[in-house]
Design a protein around this ligand. Structure first.
Ligand SMILES: [Zn+2]
Length: 271
């Protein structure tokens, strides 16, 4: 989720919540650190199969605010015997990308400072495709987490929990972002579900849509609670259908620009 106008609109709200979240962020960070250093499970054995969970993107890739997320300028055109390179202007929250805690808090962890243990972790996939087919603003609910645990066992501390809503294949269609009348519409997590994941010391969440919150969210409750808690998110993840509900290990190739609020990431999994 990445809309400059939105950020301006909610700035006052952020200020009013800041004192509340300063403590929450500190607590969350401490618990995440504990989760990845003391309670971290051994990573699964791999068959060697690697799945790319990243969309290729250019200026036509859908964005939350509808503006191009990346602009290419041919800084050095190729000449025989020479070389070539692009100058890129990239908005951080473009393509398959990471939301660092700093995205929704004034003093949260920036993308370069995320502990590497949280960027390589067990992957748990919650499938809500059937519900999302009926409701474009469907949410991952606490019941979905309970059903996943009943079927697959407990979610390991330090895991990344991904929503598979079936949205990824729509990326070339307007329906990836909005309804025909232009209203944002796509699935996301409910705050009740991410609160339950925070209690389980989960390191990160991922969505195959443009935002951690569903498209019709008016309050961005997940962004405002999950990220300030010292955890991160991934938006526009791809190819989750190629992986089992559990047993894969995800690698999040997050960018490392200092003080970044997030950025395009190469995300892969081995299974
Ligand atoms: Zn984002």
């Amino acid at each position: 989720m990445c809309n400059t106008c939105l950020i301006e609109n909610v700035k006052a709200d952020m200020v009013s919540r800041r004192s509340l979240f300063t403590g929450a962020a500190a607590m969350g960070l401490a618990s995440v650190a504990a989760g990845v250093t003391t309670a971290r499970p051994a990573l699964a054995q791999s068959s060697g199969k690697v799945v790319d969970l990243t969309h290729a993107y250019d200026g036509s890739f859908p964005t939350f605010d509808g503006k191009p997320g990346i602009i290419f300028d041919p800084e050095v055109p190729y000449t025989p015997g020479g070389y070539q390179l692009w100058k890129l202007t990239i908005y951080e929250h473009t393509g398959t990308h990471i939301d660092a805690p700093l995205h929704f808090t004034e003093a949260g962890t920036s993308v370069d400072a995320l502990p590497v243990e949280s960027l390589m972790c067990p992957l748990c996939i919650i499938d809500i495709k059937s519900r999302a087919a009926e409701d474009p603003n469907a949410m991952v609910l606490p019941e979905d987490i309970e059903a996943w645990v009943s079927a697959n066992g407990e979610i390991p501390a330090g895991a990344l929990v991904a929503m598979n809503s079936g949205w990824s294949p729509k990326v070339g269609e307007a329906a990836f972002r909005n309804t025909p009348d232009g209203k944002l519409a796509f699935p996301g997590f409910s705050k009740e579900a991410t609160d339950a994941l925070a209690e389980r010391n989960v390191a990160a969440i991922a969505v195959d849509t443009l935002s951690l919150d569903p498209g019709n969210s008016a309050d961005f409750a997940v962004h405002y609670s999950w990220l300030p808690g010292g955890r991160y998110g991934i938006e526009n993840i791809a190819n989750l259908d190629a992986l089992p509900a559990k047993g894969a290990t995800i690698f999040v190739g997050a960018p490392k620009h200092k003080g970044g609020t997030g950025g395009p990431a190469r995300v892969m999994a081995v299974v």
